[in-house]
Design a protein around this ligand. Sequence first.
Ligand SMILES: NC(=O)c1ccc[n+]([C@@H]2O[C@H](COP(=O)([O-])OP(=O)(O)OC[C@H]3O[C@@H](n4cnc5c(N)ncnc54)[C@H](O)[C@@H]3O)[C@@H](O)[C@H]2O)c1
Ligand SMILES: [Zn+2]
Ligand SMILES: [Zn+2]
Length: 382
Amino acid sequence: MRAMVYRGPYKVRVENKEIPRIEHPNDAVVRVTMGAICGSDLHLYHGMMPDTRIGHTFGHEFIGVVHEVGSSVQNLAVGDRVMVPFNIFCGSCWYCARGLYSNCHNVNANATAVGAIYGYSHTCGGYDGGQSEFVRVPFADVGPTIIPDWMSDEDAVMLTDACPTGYFGAQLGDIAEGDSVVVFGAGPVGLFAAKSAWLMGAGRVVVIDHLEYRLEKAREFAHAETFNFTDYPDIVVEMKKQTDHLGFDVAIDAVGAEADGNLLMHVTSAKLKLQGGSPIALNWAIDSVRKGATVSVVGAYGPIFSAVKFGDALNKGLTIRGNQCPVKRQWPRLFEHVRNGHLKPSELVTHRFPLEHIAEGYHVFSAKLDGIIKPLVIPSAA
Ligand SMILES: NC(=O)c1ccc[n+]([C@@H]2O[C@H](COP(=O)([O-])OP(=O)(O)OC[C@H]3O[C@@H](n4cnc5c(N)ncnc54)[C@H](O)[C@@H]3O)[C@@H](O)[C@H]2O)c1
Ligand SMILES: [Zn+2]
Ligand SMILES: [Zn+2]
């Protein structure tokens, strides 16, 4: 089969690999019909994630057709059209029993630190991902769901990560009716977070980025007010001005470790790897909220130290919440929103790259060229 493989920072290509086999009775093998590249994949592509091995196949957003099932699989049959959440989880450990699927304790040798994610380095379990023609799906009775007839493929693939993660970001913000919400990052995750904030009763939604075309999307898709942080000497001061110097009720960090906006932080993280990422968006979030506010963090950070303004967060009495999104927990409510037309996740899809051209897909997405918001990946056998 053809699969994307990592060859080192900024180098990916498509190679032949063995079609994965059933390794456990509860595995399935899925023929991928549509995948995507996530902002998280860019952290791998840029060499930011520890233990990203040469030859690893990325891709944690994919849908497909069941190609083979292990002997104990009961919920899926060959030929079923399935959507697969980005988390791999067992469904029965202490965490899974509480719906904390992204924190599953049974699927990753590093489980005390992080759960398992398809195609997300050996730090997250070393499972090959879905930017490929076929993928092995462990715990096949637990994660995948048959795609409802009324759902389009592009909506389904967007529901395997980007859309639920944005929704989850708004949920972690504990938005109360009428709250003012500021979202950092107008990528797919931030745009979904902004849209979701309204669904949860926000009274005001602001989105911050420096890419004008994405801010335009924030106005159009998420009906948000927008601010380009490069237009202000200090975006935090502007956020204070915007709120009678009180600060927002809720901030959502949908940027993560590779934030722009502070050269020193960028150099000490992305270039020198002295910290787990530039905490600049997180620090702006901490500084932009009022005392007693909630800061929700869905942007991804590496496990090692980052220069986060923790003292300010403490003294302001902030609640900081973050996690990888437990995707399947979000599905029932999100399926309703999609079915009744409140949300159309595929509206953020801007590019569709054949798997054979995935290197171009990574380059365009990484460099934010050509108005890109969300790139899909279409395997040749689809
Ligand atoms: N927690 C989870 O479960 C989960 C799931 C998916 C993605 N993520 C993470 O969410 C983040 C966003 O993902 P995405 O797919 O939207 O990525 P993306 O790369 O498309 O978007 C990131 C956006 O942040 C903007 N940005 C950079 N610096 C900024 C700053 N200082 N302030 C405001 N905006 C800034 C960029 O211009 C870009 O538009 C990534 O870190 C990704 O790893 C987390
Ligand atoms: Zn992702
Ligand atoms: Zn579990």
